[in-house]
Design a protein around this ligand. Structure first.
Ligand SMILES: Nc1ncnc2c1ncn2[C@@H]1O[C@H](COP(=O)(O)OP(=O)(O)OP(=O)(O)O)[C@@H](O)[C@H]1O
Ligand SMILES: [Mg+2]
Length: 378
């Protein structure tokens, strides 16, 4: 008698796989029961399934009283795929993405979309960009080494490449001027400050420039930079705003400088956005003391890399989640909507290949003229 070894076993494996490998739809339905996302014996009923290249969208009729519940976050672990749950038009929508985000997307995989539009990152649905002419001020939060400085440098590189003659930077590089020192030689960088006194001086220059621009706008009866056809945009970048918090160890003089800085930064946040001044406020410590309410209320774009606690996440992006971000460069980008993004990675080498030609470029006449007015502190 001949035996075919394995034949019966193969049939059993296929049978068992069918039995135990439940479909996504079945797993979701079981999860509803197991976590008690039901009303008495009534549970959500699948109403429509829509498949696309990036995701499958399941839409459910739910019993009255059920909405998008944080309990449903477990679906991400149950399905081992990224899941977005929302509740709209009386229905529950569960979007299950086919794959997770990569841990690295190179900067050159993003397009150039316009003068003041910068790439923010890849989401599950594609790339996301930010328009600084729509939303002028941005807070960039994140604990140490999760990606703030790479992100700030990437923004600068993009803005310089797109507007070599129309963008200006004032940089407060408050961790000893280590992150942006080389940028001082760029023609677009008008001031770079590494301590309190230099920061106060740099911001006083910005304040003077704002006053002048305001006078000009009033004289032509224009309300904003676009209406007045002002081509230049001025970016004030703060890399570690936490350093500007006055504390007991500071000299009285330094306390005064930090107060002056805070005062001018508040002024920029409140009045200067629409006249062409954009503030990018970076901090490791998003606490109520460091994120002044005026600045928070006016910085309507937020980018948060990983933070230590959900409380910090609440301060930075008004919602928990930043404490759970998994890898370097991963962030929550929030304006009206919020997205999980993997921000573009750019190396120092690539940055200087792209913008190195604007370092100490004495060949252009316009360049020489601007550089005369350029103030380098320290
Ligand atoms: N978008 C990104 N994609 C992949 N890796 C990244 C990304 N951004 C940063 N990294 C990695 O994380 C490291 C630290 O990043 P970065 O210097 O920007 O941190 P940081 O938040 O500024 O830290 P600190 O607060 O200490 O200054 C980088 O050297 C790089 O290896
Ligand atoms: Mg840094």
């Amino acid at each position: 008698m001949d035996y075919v070894i394995g034949g019966g076993l193969a049939a059993f494996i296929i049978y068992a796989a069918k039995k135990w490998n439940k479909t996504e739809k079945e797993k979701i339905q079981h999860t509803f029961q197991n976590i008690g996302y039901v009303v008495k014996d009534k549970e959500p009923k699948l109403f429509k399934t829509h498949k696309s290249t990036t995701h499958t969208l399941y839409t459910y009729h739910v019993p009255y009283g059920l909405v998008d519940d944080p309990k449903l976050e477990v679906l991400e672990k149950v399905l081992n795929k990224p899941v977005k749950v929302s509740f709209a038009n009386g229905k529950l929508h569960i979007k299950v993405y086919h794959s997770k985000l990569n841990n690295n997307y190179s900067y050159d995989s993003f397009e150039s979309k316009g003068k003041w539009i910068v790439p923010i990152g890849k989401t599950y649905d594609g790339s996301v960009y930010h328009d600084f002419d729509d939303i002028p001020h941005m807070i960039v939060a994140g604990s140490t080494t999760w990606g703030k400085t790479v992100f700030l440098r990437m923004l600068m590189t993009h803005l310089i490449e797109n507007n070599p003659n129309g963008v200006e930077f004032y940089i407060l590089d408050l961790k000893g001027r280590l992150a942006f020192n080389r940028y001082r030689n760029l023609k677009q960088v008008k001031a770079i400050a590494g301590d309190y006194k230099e920061s106060a001086n740099a911001l006083k220059k910005v304040k003077k420039s704002i006053d002048k621009d305001m006078d000009y706008l009033r004289s032509i009866d224009a309300e904003n930079a676009k209406e007045a056809n002002i081509p230049t945009r001025k970016f004030i970048i703060i890399d570690e705003a936490g350093e500007l918090k006055p504390d007991k160890s500071m000299s009285d003089e330094d306390k005064e400088y930090t107060k002056k800085c805070q005062q001018i930064l508040n002024h920029i946040a409140r009045v200067a956005g629409q006249i062409g001044y954009k503030m990018i406020y970076g901090t490791q410590y998003p606490t109520k003391e460091i994120l002044d309410p005026q600045i928070k209320a006016n910085a309507l774009a937020r980018v948060s890399f990983r933070l230590a606690t959900s409380v910090q996440s609440g301060v930075a992006v008004d919602q928990p989640g930043a404490e759970k971000l998994e890898c370097k460069g991963r962030a929550i980008y929030k304006t009206v909507d919020d997205y999980i993004v993997q921000t573009p990675f750019i190396s120092k080498k690539e940055i200087w290949e792209r913008i190195g030609r604007y370092e100490n470029d004495p060949s252009s006449k316009e360049d020489q003229k601007t550089r005369k007015n350029t103030v380098h502190f320290g």
